[in-house]
Design a protein around this ligand. Structure first.
Ligand code: UDX
Length: 454
């Protein structure tokens, strides 16, 4: 099938590369010429494990362009995967979505096309996009019949850092469409994933025992709500374990054991019960805010989702409280942050806890240094004006520091030369923000280990 994808961020690019790998003819569109040039040269503008490798395999089926005119008229399916960043009000900014829909409407030809909302968009956006497409089509195709299209919602559930796995081997595919023809086309598009008939790339082996992938076919609004409800649930699962963690700390219980003890109940499940600094990234904060804002439009409050957000903010502030408890004075202290990305295996800094923690420390007069194995170049670009000193390696970070804070649980941080770091620090304190480091190992190395929740 012929596919166009608008937006080459995490979602659009991953989707495009996977569909190209599965044999579809895909054009990825972006208004950013520099990004398109990078992609044309076989590189990716974002860090995502195996993405460049899969891009190389899919190359014969992929095309990267800035021109709608080149690919939209031909396409059977057009995905909209543009950013919907949060506005101050909590609702998402739909400017890019609007301009994508207008651009598609302008270039649609007479054949039937499914336009798919892949970005996380507010409930009701399917109808809204349809009206914009219609308006734009009529404006640019006066006196012509046609404009046969339908809008569908196909939310993504991919996690940065394992985006390709989540796309090729998903738990489910959700398609919301009010028109049967749209569902049929998307079913054909996803058939290799649903039936798992494609040969797995050597670097992304098929998970053992994975059978057919369930297809959930719904009306538009249900698919839109599934996305928000799933992300809000995951967010509140994390906040729940962090809330229990605060109590565990007071009563002298080990939160990691508690999480394991409750997670092994299959009704609860072990995943997303990792306690710590809390969630960051582009989705959970934005989607919980959007859900609350949509509910408000209907006169509803969402106290559970609101509480999950409040607990998440407290977790970040808890880092400062813990450092204060140990160091007594933060003014003039030097604190080194191990990790900047909002989670390992990505260079994404959107709503990264490290950035907020650095801000709060600086506000209290501390000097902040930071290291990250992958996100440093991006941090240097995006936070060029900040007071953070970026360090090339953890040894430099620790030299003369009063405390180190483990913010992102990159696996390599487990095996740092702790003896050397302890020797070079002014005050050998390590605050483990993810309950991740090997406490006995650090203690043996002469460091004072403090867990975020113990
Ligand atoms: C999320 C959803 O998981 C995905 O389905 C959706 O489509 C996009 O948003 P992502 O933001 O890439 O994916 O990362 P995810 O792995 O979900 O982690 C989000 C945040 O939660 C990270 O900051 C992570 O450190 C934190 N987290 C996760 C915890 O604090 N504890 C956990 O147990 C799990």
């Amino acid at each position: 099938m012929k596919v166009s994808i608008i937006g080459t961020g995490y979602v659009g690019l991953t989707t495009g590369v996977c569909l190209g790998f599965l044999g579809h003819k895909v054009t990825c569109l972006d208004s950013d010429e520099a990004k398109i040039e990078t992609l044309q040269s076989g590189h990716t503008p974002i860090y995502e494990p195996w993405l460049e490798d899969l891009l190389a395999l899919a190359q014969p089926n992929l095309c990267f362009s800035t021109s709608y005119a080149q690919s939209i008229p031909e396409a059977d399916v057009v995905f909209i995967a543009v950013g919907t960043p949060p506005l101050a009000s909590g609702s998402p900014d739909l400017t890019y979505l609007l301009s994508a829909a207008q651009g598609i409407g302008k270039h649609l030809n007479g054949g039937f096309t499914v336009v798919v909302n892949k970005s996380t968009v507010p409930i009701g956006s399917g109808n809204w996009v349809e009206s914009i497409l219609r308006e734009s089509y009529e404006q640019h195709h006066r006196h012509q019949s046609g404009g046969h299209f339908a809008v569908a919602s196909n939310p993504e559930f991919l996690r940065e850092g394992s985006a390709l796995n989540d796309s090729l081997y998903p738990d489910r595919v959700v398609i919301g469409a009010d028109e049967p023809r749209a569902l049929e086309l998307l079913y054909t598009l996803y058939r290799p994933v649903l039936d798992q008939t494609f040969p797995a790339p050597t670097f992304l082996p098929r998970p053992e025992g994975l059978g057919a992938v369930p297809l959930i076919s719904t009306q538009l609004a249900s698919a839109e709500l599934i996305k928000y409800a799933a992300n809000a649930f995951l967010a509140l699962k994390i906040s729940y374990i962090n809330e229990i963690g605060r109590l565990a700390e007071r009563v002298g219980a080990d939160i990691t054991q508690v999480a394991n003890g409750i997670g092994l109940d299959k009704r609860i499940g072990t995943r997303f019960l990792q306690p710590g600094i809390g969630w960051g990234g582009s989705c959970f904060g934005k989607d919980t805010a959007a859900l609350i804002s949509t509910a408000a439009e209907y006169g509803l409050v969402m106290p559970i989702v609101q509480a999950a957000r409040e607990i998440n903010n407290c977790q970040r502030a808890h880092v400062i409280e813990k450092l204060l408890a140990e160091l007594k004075i933060l003014k003039g202290r030097t604190v080194g942050l191990l990790g900047l990305a909002f989670k390992p295996q990505t260079d994404d800094l959107r709503d990264a806890p490290a950035v907020e923690i650095a801000r709060q420390l600086t506000e209290r007069g501390a000097k902040v240094r930071a290291h990250d194995p992958v996100a440093l170049p991006r941090a240097r670009r995006e936070y060029a004006d900040s007071d953070i000193t970026f360090c090339e390696d953890p040894v430099e970070l620790a030299n003369g520091a009063d405390a180190l804070v483990l913010v992102t649980e990159w696996p390599q941080y487990r095996d740092l030369p702790w003896e050397d770091l302890a020797r070079d620090m002014r005050h050998p304190l390590v605050l483990d923000g993810r309950q991740f480091l090997d406490r006995p190992r650090l203690t043996r190395a002469g460091l004072q280990y403090v867990g975020i929740l113990s």
